[in-house]
Ligand binder design. Sequence first.
Ligand SMILES: CC(C)(COP(=O)(O)OP(=O)(O)OC[C@H]1O[C@@H](n2cnc3c(N)ncnc32)[C@H](O)[C@@H]1OP(=O)(O)O)[C@@H](O)C(=O)NCCC(=O)NCCS
Length: 269
Amino acid sequence: MDTENLQRRRRTNATPHNAAVTEKRLKRGEILAKKKADKQLIKEAYAKKDHLASFPAFRHFQINGLSVCLKSGHGNALSSPVKRYIQNLLKLNMEGPYGSEWQVEEKVKRVEMVDPEACYIFVHEVDNSNADEMTTVLTTEDTSTSRLEDSSPLVGFVHYRFVLEEEVPVLYVYELQVEPRVQGKGLGKFLMELIELIAQKNCMGAVMLTVQKANLSAMKFYTSKLRYIISATSPSKVIPKMETSYEILCKTFNDEAKTILEVTENKSF
Ligand SMILES: CC(C)(COP(=O)(O)OP(=O)(O)OC[C@H]1O[C@@H](n2cnc3c(N)ncnc32)[C@H](O)[C@@H]1OP(=O)(O)O)[C@@H](O)C(=O)NCCC(=O)NCCS
């Protein structure tokens, strides 16, 4: 049978029933293509070794008498002192908000900390007089941390990952931790601005994070100052009667993410 005949046959076979099947197949095809594209976005985001490289202006920050340098890190490449630092700061900042859940949560966080998908931005405090020198050290190709870690103490960090949340590719902030002595100087806000830029640069639909309800100051920081909202995926929105100790917050960057992660009306899970 020649091609023209075959095409004609296909066309005449397109009864209403077949048209519906074809449309369904097409839709399924589109959905599969979209899923594939989203997974590819996540893969590409992880393939970048240093997300800070796109934002050189953020490598050094000076405000309210505080001078810091930022450096990227990965969960599977943390030195023992850095692991200890993370654990100690988490305990210091989070034992209170977690209360009786802390013992279990601490163990979970220890595992999460070293996950190969854990991406980090570390904040090192630098002497004001060394600020320019440190910026140079950090922007050179070889950013082996030994000198930096030896000479400039850590004062905080962000741990983030790229994940699919309700099939939307998002940057999920696992931890944002600033040492008490440098809190309130604008560092947390600065880090979250950077995180949002990293999310958008990597075509993520949103930044998401989890906050303990008991952590009133963090909740206020995210919702009042940074304009995050409680996500439609947060337990309090999904099952309002269920009592949980946390909320999931989000800030979306496109319509798809907004519809899925923000809008709760007529949503059935
Ligand atoms: C929450 C945290 C990350 C905020 O970082 P920070 O460096 O202290 O915050 P910033 O100095 O950048 O504050 C930015 C803005 O939020 C405001 N803000 C900060 N903490 C606040 C608080 N507790 N209550 C109300 N506003 C607050 C600041 O006044 C500032 O406002 P401005 O821009 O008008 O001056 C930090 O306090 C922290 O590490 N806390 C302990 C760990 C924690 O709870 N992490 C979050 C877990 S989800």
